[in-house]
Design a protein around this ligand. Structure first.
Ligand SMILES: Nc1ncnc2c1ncn2[C@@H]1O[C@H](COP(=O)(O)OP(=O)(O)OP(=O)(O)O)[C@@H](O)[C@H]1O
Ligand SMILES: [Mg+2]
Length: 376
């Protein structure tokens, strides 16, 4: 997040009169008051008018007042209508907002009669502008908050991934090496003892060390398979599926389409890998499935991952509890995908199995600044 600044609040921009907005206000006010109404911008150019042909003409009286000041109400007499360009007999009131005068609203007719209407119209326009500005400010604040949340989440995930990578490497490089030395040492020792019972004890210890080594290896792969970083998603997915099938006796048919050993951005690879891992873990934990079909496909400018099981499925109600302390898996998949501007769908019903579909766009120009997977 360092060095990343949100753009400043565009206060003046919000308060500027948008011609289309002004025209819709003119139409409303003209219909309500049954009068000819026009609005100029803050230079005196007519931007909206009941008489459309006047739009983009200069309202000479308004322009003069706006340029030379002071900003005030003024009337236009029948005589001035003949002398000045773009003006009509009537009464004109400046439109004031927190950012100053943004234009002038004029109501045609005898100035005395038009004055209360013009003041009322100005009040209406000011209120509409203010409410617009307030709404835009709220929307902006909300967007900034969402952006910040997603940056923090991104950071959290990338720090977590880095930590897993570090622990996985340490388990592999340090713990596994040490265990291997112990195993070799115990084997050598077993050959040098004379008592059969002692040899058996040593070999039992060795077997325990072998089992521990396997567990450590499994844990290291679960944490972060080196294969994912070295050879990429397809290779890591194939290996994961192979081990999974063996461990849970569930047939997994992995189909890779339109892809070879092609590499993608690390954040895309790790996200899809984690989703595959969570979806398959859920199947082992909850689905009672015997068969799973996994499809990993490159489709034009996106990667699509589908995981389909023939298990017991689940009710929509369960998804209401998703994100609670006990159901973090599906929530986590969802959040990871949202960070990559992807789509996430779950289709499940009791007795009908479950299908999870994930789509990730490969063009990450929009989101790369948040830098998932780059917290080194
Ligand atoms: N493939 C599936 N088949 C049947 N039920 C499933 C499947 N996947 C998820 N569920 C149901 O959806 C619930 C929510 O899944 P989720 O992964 O969010 O949480 P969890 O697996 O229970 O816990 P966690 O993932 O946090 O350890 C599960 O408890 C289970 O009832
Ligand atoms: Mg789960």
């Amino acid at each position: 997040m360092a060095g990343r600044r949100l753009p400043p609040s565009p206060v003046t921009k919000i308060m500027e009169l948008d011609p289309r907005f002004a025209q819709s206000l003119v139409d409303i006010v003209a219909a309500e008051l049954n009068k000819n109404v026009n609005i100029t911008d803050n230079h005196g150019v007519i931007i909206a008018s009941f008489s459309k042909e006047r739009v983009s003409h200069i309202h000479e009286a308004a322009a003069r007042m706006l340029i030379s000041g002071p900003i005030r109400e003024f009337s236009v007499t029948a005589e001035q209508e003949m002398q000045l360009k773009g003006v009509r007999q009537g009464f004109n009131v400046p439109i004031m907002t927190g950012a100053g005068c943004v234009g002038v609203i004029g109501v045609s007719g005898a100035p005395d009669t038009a004055a209360p209407y013009a003041r009322l119209a100005a009040k209406f326009v000011e209120a509409a502008l203010e409410s617009n500005a307030r709404q835009e400010k709220l929307v902006r604040a909300l967007k900034e908050k969402e952006e910040l949340q997603s940056i923090l989440l991104n950071k959290m995930i990338s720090v977590q991934e880095e930590e897993r990578k570090k622990i996985s490497r340490e388990l592999h490089d340090e713990t596994s090496q040490a265990l291997t030395s112990i195993i070799v040492g115990l084997r050598v020792l077993s050959e040098h003892v004379h008592s059969e019972s002692e040899r058996e004890k040593i070999l039992a210890m060795r077997d325990l060390a072998v089992k521990t080594l396997e567990d450590v290896h499994h844990l290291a792969v679960q944490l972060r398979p080196a294969l994912l970083d070295d050879l990429g998603l397809v290779a890591a997915a194939q290996k994961y599926v192979e081990n999974y099938s063996r461990q849970y006796s569930i047939t997994v048919d992995l189909n890779v389409v339109n892809l070879s050993r092609q590499r993608f951005l690390p954040e895309i690879e790790i996200t899809l890998y984690r989703i595959l891992q969570e979806a398959l873990t859920n199947i082992a934990k909850h689905a009672k499935a015997t068969q799973v079909r996994v499809l990993l496909k490159k489709q034009r400018d996106k990667l699509v991952l589908t995981i389909k099981d023939n298990g017991i499925g689940f009710d929509d109600d369960i998804l209401n509890g998703v994100g609670s302390d006990t159901c973090l898996g599906i929530h986590g998949m969802h959040e990871r995908i949202a960070l990559l501007s992807g789509e996430f769908y779950i289709d499940s019903a009791p007795g009908k199995g479950t299908v999870i579909t994930v789509e990730i766009p490969l063009d990450r120009r929009k989101k790369t600044e948040s830098g998932l997977g780059q917290a080194h």
